[in-house]
Design a protein around this ligand. Structure first.
Ligand SMILES: [Zn+2]
Length: 386
């Protein structure tokens, strides 16, 4: 089974500089490759006969370009080939014209060393380790846990102000044949009040951003909007902002992984709502002809939804499920929050408040998210006892 182990690197100034240069070269290779592919498609549409512009042609052209262009030689060939492979994959999966350019301001530098066997990992002390990467040499990193298995590839990336390495390791384990508790199942409601509510009545929640951090983010964003593009002050604000959001993102990922692990260990089936977050979080402003209604409320809800990282939670569940043979089921979430679980009465009035559910017919009272989670469970799973 492949598992990722991520560590924070402590590169020397020189190494950090090289990482940035490699990232920039990969970005240039990606953008040039994408431009080539788009041109090829356009010419093909015009009926011109051309060799197919795929990975092998581009890799050959890259090798040729490397003999002439001095700046391309700086980066290890492997990581550039991996960039072209990623581009090839992205174009085939999403279509050449749907693949995005890697803009300097938006794209986070990242590159991958495919030869895992050549990556050597050593522990230096209680808190530090080092790994040897092609061309970069020995790079120190925070030894937060030991990597298990054999390294397949190493990806170096920058998030905010820090550089990280992700080691993809094969640990030799396989997904078990069946779950330890075959008859267990749980429904999940990913709510606004609490991050995750289960049909068992458990509420999982954590503060991802403290009020102080929230206030600081607001202030930084306002400052950013007033600063001139390309100015040094703007760059400083951006760095501070990404440090802040990076911290929140890390907490969210940690919460998702831990909650998913607990849920998958206990249950053979996990039923999630299928949420179209892109639809739900689409700009509430509407169009010129039809301005949106409840713009303020929706903006608040959007923030709340995004802040709780629904998509990340689903991925975390799928990841944890590989180790426990848990089945992840997704169901249509329509009216789960308005339906009374015991009697089935559907009405918006059932929702007494954001957190309290009270049925107007039978008087059933429960935590609103737990009630929704129970409805979700019923939709995705039929209990063996009936
Ligand atoms: Zn009822």
């Amino acid at each position: 089974m492949l598992t990722g182990f991520r560590y924070r690197l402590a590169p020397t100034g020189e190494q950090a500089g090289l990482c940035q240069v490699y990232g920039d070269i990969c970005r240039a290779v990606w953008n040039t490759g994408l431009h080539q592919r788009r041109e090829a498609v356009r010419r093909w549409q015009r009926g011109q006969d051309l060799p197919y512009c795929g990975y092998h042609l581009q890799a050959r052209q890259l090798a040729e370009a490397k003999t002439e262009e001095e700046w391309l030689k700086t980066a290890p060939s492997h990581i550039l080939q991996q960039t072209l492979r990623d581009l090839d994959r992205a174009c085939r999966d999403h279509g050449t014209f749907n693949v995005c350019w890697r803009a300097k301001g938006r794209w986070k530098p990242s590159f991958r060393f495919p030869a895992g066997a050549r990556v050597i990992v050593q522990r230096l002390g209680r808190k530090w380790g080092r790994l040897k990467l092609p061309k970069l040499g020995w790079v120190r990193f925070r030894w937060s846990r030991a990597p298990k298995g054999t390294v397949r590839s190493a990806t170096v990336s920058r998030d905010g102000a820090h550089w990280y390495v992700s080691l993809l390791c094969e640990d030799g384990q396989t997904t078990p044949q069946a779950h330890e508790r075959p008859d267990s199942a749980v429904g999940i409601d990913r709510g606004v009040v609490v991050a995750v509510a289960t049909s068992d009545g458990d509420l999982f929640n954590r503060t991802f951003q403290t009020p102080k951090e929230h206030e600081r983010e607001r202030r930084l964003r306002r400052r950013l909007s007033r600063q001139h593009k390309g100015s040094a002050n703007r760059a400083r604000t951006k760095a501070a902002l990404s440090k802040l959001t990076g911290r929140v993102r890390a907490r969210r990922a940690d919460f998702a992984a831990q909650t998913a692990r607990v849920l998958c260990a206990k249950n053979a089936v996990v039923v999630l709502e299928k949420l179209h977050t892109t639809n739900m979080t689409r700009s509430a402003k509407g169009t010129v002809d039809a301005p949106g209604t409840h713009v303020r409320q929706k903006a608040g809800l959007n923030r709340a939804i995004l802040a709780r990282g629904w998509h990340g939670f689903k991925l975390a569940c799928q990841n944890a499920a590989r180790r426990t043979a848990t089945r992840i089921v997704e169901v249509n979430p329509a009216y789960t929050s308005q339906t009374c679980h015991p009697c089935g009465h559907v009405a918006p009035e059932n929702r007494e408040s954001q957190s309290v559910f009270r049925c107007v017919v039978c008087g059933y009272r429960a935590h609103a998210d737990v009630n929704a989670a129970r409805n979700t469970l019923v939709r995705g799973w039929t209990s063996p006892s009936g």
